[in-house]
Ligand binder design. Structure first.
Ligand code: FA5
Length: 342
């Protein structure tokens, strides 16, 4: 018998055998017999080498067709065997269809997302809409348009990851201020701009190289520092609790004038002093100030007619204070033992 005849014989035998199979065990044996490492079909492939050159192609093609035919037949038959087994099991009463199914393990929102949504909710009640600006930002918007030219020492505080010579991963959400102003002029503005920020930063229990901020911007004709302080005081009470008091310190940011930093009395010790507030009695909630005239101008608003306020809040740090999380790195470690607590 030549190799071609042998091949056809293997095919017929395999198909004949297959139809007689009625169990998973025999299916496995069948597969091994024909397709295993030393299986009959596998061996056919090896025998190609002993054929004369001109017959090899025809033989190879036929072998491929047969392999395809056999594996299709196998799949179809395996399906039938499985169904028959299930039916037999059902008929014998071995399967209790009244048993409850396996519970699906449902996930839940990450603590950062929960905190962001609380913040959105609070500002939504004060009439702020959410505006999203990109993570990959132009150097011009992240720095220059915010009154931080290339020689400005404030750039050292905000070193970051560069994408190319003009683009970087934003160091704060403030560049979104200019984007929203340019889009909305000459309308008044009341937005929050949430998002991820990136800094070339030493990672510690309080500082990550990536973290969230929520920026706030209001631009109108009669906006004053009182509006800013009132807004942040209201935020603090709604986020940390109605009895919180707020304090304002003077500060410096190139894009606000005057600039302030806002603290709340320590939520743990109520101002008496404890390790969380480093015995000062106060916790910082963010930087803020009246929008600098140069920034208003860069956004297209005439500073003689318009005024505005802006603030920048962290997200992880306020969540740490509120929920007593001691290490910011836990937010990015994906450890379910941490995540499931919230
Ligand atoms: C700023 O980024 C200013 N753009 C904020 C601002 C906006 C001021 C508008 C005035 C007007 P600062 O670098 O302080 O400021 O960051 C603001 C907040 O971001 C901090 O209070 C802190 O909560 C959070 N933050 C800053 N760096 C990190 C870090 N490495 N890890 C975690 N949170 C951080």
């Amino acid at each position: 018998m030549d190799l071609f005849e042998q091949l056809e014989q293997v095919r017929t035998e395999a198909l004949d055998n297959l139809v007689t199979i009625d169990s998973q065990v025999d299916l496995v044996t069948w597969e091994k017999r024909y397709f295993g490492r030393k299986g009959l079909v596998t061996q056919q492939l090896r025998s190609i080498g002993s054929l004369p050159q001109e017959e090899r192609k025809t033989f190879g093609q036929r072998l491929n067709d047969i392999k395809q035919e056999l594996s299709t037949a196998y799949e179809a038959h395996a399906q039938q065997v499985k169904l028959a087994e299930i039916e037999a099991e059902l008929a014998s009463g071995a399967v209790d269809v009244t048993l409850p199914g396996r519970a699906v393990a449902a996930g839940h929102l990450h603590l950062t997302t929960q905190t962001l949504r609380q913040i959105y909710g609070i500002f939504a009640k004060m009439g702020f809409e959410v505006y999203e600006a990109p993570d990959v930002e132009l150097e011009k918007l992240n720095f220059d348009m915010l009154n931080i030219p290339a020689y400005h020492p404030a750039r050292d505080m905000w070193d970051t990851f560069w994408v190319d010579e003009q683009r970087l991963l934003r160091t704060h959400t403030s560049p979104g201020q200019v984007r929203v102003m340019r889009e909305r002029y000459p309308e008044p503005i009341r937005v929050i701009l949430p998002g991820k920020c990136y800094r070339y930063e030493q990672i510690t229990a309080r500082s990550e190289h990536q973290f969230y901020q929520v920026e706030g911007l209001a631009v109108g004709r009669n906006i004053t520092m009182t509006d800013l302080i009132g807004t942040l005081t209201q935020f603090t009470r709604m986020f940390y609790g109605a009895s919180r008091t707020t304090r304002v310190r003077s500060s410096y940011f190139p894009f606000t004038e005057p600039s302030i930093e806002v603290d709340t009395d320590c939520i743990l010790c109520g101002g008496k002093g404890c390790p969380v507030c480093k015995y000062t009695g106060w916790l910082e909630i963010g930087g803020a100030g009246m929008t600098h005239p140069v920034v208003l101008q860069n956004g297209g608003y005439d500073p003689d007619e318009w005024s505005g306020f802006a603030f920048g809040l962290g997200v992880e740090r306020p969540a740490m204070m509120k929920y007593g999380v001691e290490d910011i790195r836990l937010f990015y470690r994906n450890d379910l033992r941490f995540l499931r607590q919230f």
